[in-house]
Design a protein around this ligand. Structure first.
Ligand code: BG6
Length: 514
C-alpha cells in the first residue's frame, strides 16, 4: 500500500470538494458516449459521495422517449457497455430518479424554449440553484449552432449566484482555420471561463500523474532537459481498427483524430516549465507556451519528418483482420491515414535539439500508450578491459495504458566472476500501490465542471496551438496524396518509414508487446 504524503497507508477514494448543485444537460443523450462513459462516471461520483444531492440530468436527443423510457434504456445500455459498473440496482434506481429526457430536433428554435421550461421545473424539484452545464455529446457540426440557440434563449446568462457552462467534446474543428472560427463563434456567446473543451486523455490518472511525477519530486526536474535527455518517444498504439466509425474516421484520419489533442497533451505535460501555481490558468499558460515553441514544419521537413500509413490485411491475435479499405463506411480507394509518426523539435532553452518522436496507429500488435524518456549515455566505457563493449542508455518509461505505472531501466552487473552488464528495471505499478478504483476516466472531468476547475480543459489558444503544429502536415499531405497505401499489414508496428525516421538518427522505437 502506498504511504500517502500526509496520513496513513491507504487506498482511499478521492477526497474532494462536493460538486455544486446543478443540472447536466446532455445533447445527444441517445448516443454511445452517454451510456458508455458519462452515466457510469456520474454513478461513480455519486458512489464516491462527490455528487451533490441537488443534482439532475436532462437528456436531449431526437428519439421520442419518456423520462421512464430513458431511465430504462440507460440501465440496459450501461449494463451492456459496462457490465460491472452498476453494483447495486437499488442505488441505481435512486440515482436514475434524477434523470429526465426531452425529445427534439437541435435545429428547431422551439426546442430551446422547451428546454428552458424543463430546466425551470427540474430546478424547482431538485433545488439545483439554477446552475447548469450543457454537454455537447453531438456531431461536431452542432457545437456552434446549439450554443448559439442556448444563448439566444438566454440560457448562457449567469450571475453571481448561479453559473452556466458548456462542455465541448472533440473534435474541436478539423484544422486550424475551423478551430479558430469555432472559438470565435463560442467566445461571442460565452466567456472563456464558461467553455470547457474536453480531451478525455486528461481524465486518465496516468496522464494527470505526469505533473505530479515531475513537480512533486525533487530528483527528476534537475535532469529533465537537453543536457541529460537524448530524446523522447511518445507512442499511442491501438489494436482496434475504426470500430464502426468509418464514416467519421475516413474524413478525419489519425493525424486529426489523435495528434492536435491527445498527443499534444502528452507532449505539453512532459515538457512544460513548472507553473507558478496549480491555478488553471497558470498550468495552461505553461502548456500553451510549449505548444507555441514546437517548431512548425516546412514542406521539406514534412516530407522527411512525418510518416503516414494505412493498414492492409493482416493477422491480429491469430485471426485474419480486414484491410482498412474493406471496413464498413470506408471508401475502397481511401487515402486516409490510420498511422502517423513524426519528429518534432521544441525551440526553447530546455529542449533545443532534443528530438521528440511521436507515433500513433490503429491495428498495431499491442494496445499501449507510453512515453519513453531516453537519457544520454554515460560519457565513456569505463569497463574497457572487460567483455562490456558498449553501455545502454537509461530509459524512464511512463506507462499510460493499459499498463499503468513508471519504470526506470538501468544497467547492473550480472552476478558472476566476470564483469558483464545486464539491463534491469525498477518498476512502479499503480494497482499494486493504490488498488483498483472504479473509473471511466470521465469522473474527474465531470466533477471539475461541477466545481468550476478548468485546469484539465483546453483553452482556446491551446487548441489553436495544437492545430498549428499539425496544419503544415495536413496541407502538404492533402497536396501530395499517398501512393503506397496500404503500407503496413494489420498487426505490425506501422510502415517501415516510421522505423527509418529513427534509424536515420541512430535510434530505435521501444515497442511494448503487451
Ligand atoms: C479518441 C479517438 O479520441 O481516442 C479514437 O477518436 C481513439 O480514434 C480513442 O481510439 C483512444 O482513446 P483511449 O482512451 O481508448 O486511448
Amino acid at each position: 500500500m502506498a504511504q500517502l504524503a500526509e496520513g496513513p497507508a491507504v487506498a482511499a477514494p478521492r477526497v474532494g470538494k462536493l460538486g455544486d448543485p446543478c443540472i447536466m444537460v446532455i445533447f445527444g443523450a441517445a448516443g454511445d458516449l452517454t451510456a458508455r462513459l458519462l452515466i457510469p462516471a456520474l454513478y461513480n461520483l455519486n458512489r464516491a459521495d462527490l455528487l451533490s444531492k441537488e443534482f439532475a440530468v436532462l437528456g436531449v436527443a431526437r428519439a421520442k422517449l419518456s423520462d421512464e423510457d430513458f431511465r430504462k434504456q440507460l440501465y440496459e445500455d450501461v449494463k451492456k457497455y459496462c457490465g460491472d459498473c452498476i453494483d447495486d440496482k437499488e442505488a441505481w434506481d435512486n440515482f436514475a430518479r434524477r434523470f429526465y429526457y426531452h425529445a427534439g430536433d437541435f435545429n428547431n428554435d422551439q426546442l430551446f424554449n422547451q428546454i428552458k421550461d424543463r430546466l425551470e421545473k427540474i430546478d424547482r424539484d431538485h433545488s439545483t440553484h439554477q446552475n447548469v452545464f450543457f454537454y455537447m455529446a453531438t456531431a461536431p457540426s452542432y457545437f456552434g449552432p446549439i450554443v448559439e440557440k442556448l444563448a439566444a434563449a438566454g440560457m448562457m446568462e449567469q450571475s453571481n449566484d448561479h453559473w452556466r457552462r458548456v462542455v465541448i467534446e472533440k473534435p474541436f474543428g478539423h484544422d486550424l482555420e475551423s478551430a479558430k472560427i469555432l472559438n470565435q463563434q463560442l467566445l461571442k456567446l460565452a466567456d472563456e471561463t464558461q467553455i470547457y473543451r474536453i480531451d478525455h486523455y486528461l481524465g486518465k490518472e496516468t496522464v494527470q500523474n505526469i505533473m505530479a511525477f515531475r513537480f512533486a519530486n525533487g530528483i527528476f526536474e534537475p535532469i529533465w532537459n537537453r543536457r541529460y535527455i537524448d530524446h523522447v518517444q511518445i507512442s499511442v498504439a491501438e489494436t482496434v481498427g475504426v470500430e464502426g466509425r468509418g464514416s467519421y474516421f475516413d474524413h478525419a484520419g489519425s493525424l486529426r483524430d489523435m495528434v492536435p489533442n491527445h498527443l499534444m497533451q502528452l507532449i505539453s505535460l512532459t515538457t512544460m516549465e513548472p507553473p507558478i501555481s496549480f491555478d488553471a490558468n497558470a498550468v495552461r499558460d505553461e502548456q500553451a507556451k510549449i505548444l507555441h515553441a514546437i517548431q512548425p514544419m516546412s514542406d521539406e521537413e514534412v516530407l522527411t519528418r512525418a510518416v503516414r500509413g494505412q493498414y492492409g490485411e493482416g493477422t491480429m491475435d491469430g485471426e485474419r483482420a480486414l484491410a482498412y479499405r474493406s471496413e464498413p463506411d470506408v471508401a475502397p480507394d481511401s487515402r486516409t491515414e490510420t498511422f502517423v509518426a513524426m519528429k518534432l523539435l521544441i525551440d526553447n532553452w530546455r529542449w533545443a535539439d532534443v528530438p521528440f518522436y511521436l507515433r500513433t496507429g490503429k491495428r498495431m500488435p499491442a494496445r499501449n500508450t507510453h512515453i519513453v524518456i531516453q537519457f544520454r549515455r554515460a560519457p565513456f566505457v569505463l569497463f574497457r578491459d572487460t567483455s562490456v563493449e558498449h553501455l545502454m542508455p537509461n530509459q524512464l518509461v511512463l506507462h499510460i495504458q493499459p499498463e499503468e505505472g513508471i519504470s526506470l531501466q538501468f544497467a547492473a552487473k550480472v552476478p558472476g566472476p566476470v564483469m558483464r552488464l545486464g539491463t534491469v528495471d525498477m518498476n512502479f505499478e499503480y494497482q499494486q500501490y493504490f488498488g483498483k478504483q472504479p473509473s471511466t476516466g470521465y469522473e474527474r472531468l465531470l466533477h471539475d465542471c461541477m466545481i468550476g476547475d478548468q485546469t484539465l480543459f483546453q483553452r482556446a489558444d491551446m487548441v489553436e496551438a495544437g492545430w498549428s503544429v499539425v496544419n503544415p502536415i495536413l496541407d502538404l499531405w492533402k497536396a501530395l496524396p499517398p501512393r503506397n497505401f496500404p503500407n503496413y499489414p494489420s498487426g505490425t508496428w506501422g510502415p517501415k518509414e516510421a522505423d527509418e525516421l529513427l534509424e536515420r538518427d541512430g535510434r530505435r522505437w521501444r515497442n511494448f508487446e503487451q
